[in-house]
Each structure stands twice: as C-alpha cells, then as structure tokens.
Write a protein that binds this ligand. Structure first.
Ligand code: CA
Length: 238
C-alpha cells in the first residue's frame, strides 16, 4: 500500500472543541493511535467542516461558542448525509445531568471531562466497529456464473475460472447489479475508487480480460457492450 493509500485507510476524527490545550492533547494522542484528525473551534465551523472533510467520527464538545454541541448534533441527525455519522458528546462534569439529553438528540455516546484517553479510545473504536461492520461474505451468482467472496473463487457452469484481482472486483460489482448498464466512469469509481486517476479505456482492457476468462468455447457472452453507454452483465440477445 502506498503511503497515501495507507493514510486514507486511517479513520478521520473531527475534534470539535474550543479549548485549545485539549485540542492539542487530543490531536497528539489520536494521531499516535492511528487516527487522522481535523479540527473545528465552534459549532458553525463544525457543521461546515463535516461536509468538507467527511469524518468517520465526531468528538463534539457540548459547550461551544455560538451554535452549541447539542444543536450541532441535532442538525447532523436531520441531514441524510450525516444521519448515521458516529458522534461522541464531550461534557464537563457539571453538565453531566444534561448528557442524557445529548443522547436524546442523537449522540451515540458521551464522555465526561476530564476523561481518560484509553476510555475515550475504547468508545471510539467500539463506535467505529458498529458503524462499519465487516461485510458479510457470501456468494454472488448470475446465469451460471458463481463468485465466492470468502474463497475468492469464480466458477462458470461448475468449471473453475481464473481471473485477476481487478477482473474479480469488476465481476463482483457487475454481479451485484446484474443487467444494469454502467458507464466506464461509473465502473472506474466503483472498482478502482474515486481518488484514483485511471484512463477510461483501462476499463475496456479489463472487460476484455474478464470476457476471455468467463466465456468458454461455445458459451454465450455474459458481458454486454452497450454502445456509447458502457457495459452490463447480461445475456446477449442474438
Ligand atoms: Ca467548551
């Protein structure tokens, strides 16, 4: 994995806090524990930054200048893009009785200042695990093609088919949406990832390899080319 790809894999935490020493302490500890950290110093900045950086988790101070943490949380829950974004509310001990109210507005958890870093990390990790459960490994099938996600094996009509890793991901994606036509750009985004710059004709190369692998002699071509539109996994009409 390249350095930037490894970096992308680290969960991104948005620390919303107006006490600078606490922000510094959190950044130091979270980065040492393998998180990326972004900051916002008040509620409005938090709402703006969330759309911009798309964090995996928000550490949200209750008492903020301007828009309160409580109101930030409420607004996040109202927006469809952030409805399920994990939020941990950070409260001072004197506000503890209010914490329950924080949970009512949709915070997933809360922690009271001064807090123990290990306790906070445990809660953050638990929340991230809940938000991103391991995908269920199963089997995808279409017209005699079977793809086993656990063993990474592909078969057509019972015979083993050998495909490269990119063709495997391409086939996996097409099997998830049989008969739907995808443009080269859509396939690039779904299979290669949005941040990676690849020429659209690369898709053609891998589609060609996929066809060669899955279509045995005398078998129908299950990858349909839709002129000017893209590709679909389908039974070719002849
Ligand atoms: Ca504060």
């Amino acid at each position: 994995m390249s350095e930037s790809a490894a970096n992308q894999a680290k969960p991104l935490v948005l620390v919303v806090e107006d006490e600078l020493p606490l922000v510094t302490m959190l950044r130091y500890n979270l980065e040492r524990q393998g998180f990326r950290v972004e900051e916002a110093g008040d509620g409005q900045e938090a709402l703006d930054r969330i759309g911009e950086v798309q964090p995996d988790l928000v550490l949200l101070d209750w008492m903020l200048p301007g828009v309160s943490g409580l109101e930030v949380c409420r607004q996040l829950r109202r927006r469809s893009a952030t409805r399920d974004l994990p939020v941990i509310m950070v409260t001072a001990r004197s506000e503890e009785q209010d914490s329950v109210r924080g949970l009512d507005t949709g915070a997933d958890d809360y922690i009271t200042k001064p807090f123990n870093m290990d306790a906070l990390l445990a809660r953050m990790r638990a929340l991230l695990r809940r938000a991103n459960p391991m995908p269920v490994k199963g089997r995808l099938a279409f017209e005699g093609i079977e793809l086993d996600l656990a063993s990474h094996r592909v078969q057509r009509s019972g015979r083993a088919v050998h495909v490269g890793p990119t063709e495997f991901r391409l086939l996996e994606f097409l099997l998830q949406h049989p008969r739907r036509v995808f443009s080269r750009e859509e396939l690039l985004d779904a299979v290669w990832g949005k941040d990676i710059h690849v020429e659209p004709r690369t898709v053609d190369v891998h589609i060609r390899r996929l066809r060669k692998a899955i279509n045995g002699p005398g078998e129908s071509d299950l990858v349909r080319t839709v002129r000017a539109a893209g590709y679909a996994l389908d039974v070719e009409m002849s």
